[in-house]
Write a protein that binds this ligand. Structure first.
Ligand code: FAD
Length: 283
């Protein structure tokens, strides 16, 4: 028999989870598809998180060196798309997930904790330097998203921890690209995605970031390479030599695979063509 709990307070949820090492159920849109077979063990418990008001907010935190948007673990994808402070790249990614009924249930944090290589919210979260807050009865800790997700379907969450929020920076970009390639525009899982942003001031590259989704075990981002472009004259982005160098760099970083959704060859070709098209049209 499975014990099912529906706490309304975070403290209670943390306590129950610590006692039972429970399955945490947010929107259930991944869990229900994965099936309930592993809950057959009588020691197992399911803790529903969707009645906990404390984790449903979206707030701007100005206390940190740069302002961060803090999104509670109970916030659904629909709520993200409807909130005025949520940056466009998060909204655009959320709007391309499944269909409205699912977006009314599914949470951002569920998408993170499922840690699928094809999870659509992850490229934007990597790009915005997201940090994941983990809480247990013993206290809180925070991990950068790229640390938290340790591999396909794997995270560094300990059994007695619940992810309580995710925070992100709010950079301004002059030019920004989000492209999800799926079999159709709506209700389609990702074959690959690309997200990129650039900010140029007084002819100098002030910010330049790029992530690829679904063409590696986890999201592909290389901050060191990005830093090499920042501070340089924006004119270099007009040069074929620079564009080729950028494409060559990322062609070595991505690791697409063949699966039921697409082929490695198609994914590689489409990803690099989208990158080239964006680079050739910046500004
Ligand atoms: C028809 C359909 C279409 C879909 N389309 C897409 C798509 O286009 N793109 C996409 O990326 N995904 C898609 N998904 C997958 C899914 O909807 C998303 O990953 C969603 O964001 C999961 O959120 P959830 O709240 O439903 O998570 P849940 O199913 O409740 O949980 C997912 C995992 O996260 C864990 N978890 C949840 N909350 C917490 C927490 N606070 N702390 C610790 N662990 C937690 C759960 O224990 C579970 O392991 C689709 C699913 C379906 C059924």
């Amino acid at each position: 028999m499975v014990n099912v709990y529906r706490p309304t307070k975070l403290d209670k949820a943390l306590e129950l989870n610590a006692i039972h090492c429970a399955t945490l159920f947010a929107g259930g849109t991944d869990l229900m598809v994965q099936g309930m077979t592993h809950y057959d063990d009588s020691d197992n418990a399911v803790v529903f998180l969707d009645d906990i008001v404390e984790i449903k907010g979206i707030e701007l935190n100005n206390q940190t060196r740069e302002p961060r948007l803090v999104i509670g673990a109970g916030v659904t994808l629909y709520e993200l798309t409807a909130h005025e402070s949520v940056p466009p790249m998060i909204k655009d990614a959320a709007k391309r997930i499944a269909a409205p009924a699912l977006r009314n249930r599914a949470t951002l944090v569920g998408n993170i904790c499922n840690a699928s290589p094809a999870a659509d919210m992850l490229p934007a979260l990597y790009l915005l330097d997201a940090r994941v807050e983990l809480s247990s009865p013993g206290g809180k800790r925070e991990l950068a998203i790229e640390e938290f997700i340790s591999g396909p379907g794997q995270t560094l969450r300990l059994a007695d921890e619940i992810v309580t929020s995710v925070s992100l920076t709010l950079p301004m970009f002059d030019d920004y690209l989000y492209h999800k390639v799926g079999t159709r525009k709506a209700n389609a899982l990702t074959k690959l995605s690309i997200l990129a942003g650039v900010r140029i001031e007084s002819g100098i590259i002030q910010d330049w970031r790029l992530t690829f989704g679904a063409i590696g075990p986890t999201v592909v981002r290389n901050v060191e390479f990005e830093q090499g472009l920042i501070g340089q004259s924006a004119a270099i982005l007009q040069q074929a030599e620079t564009i080729d160098k950028i494409i060559d760099f990322y062609s070595q970083k991505i690791a697409p695979i063949d699966d039921h959704r697409s082929t490695a060859e198609y994914r590689r070709c489409a990803a690099l063509n989208l990158l080239r098209r964006w680079l050739e049209n910046i500004g």
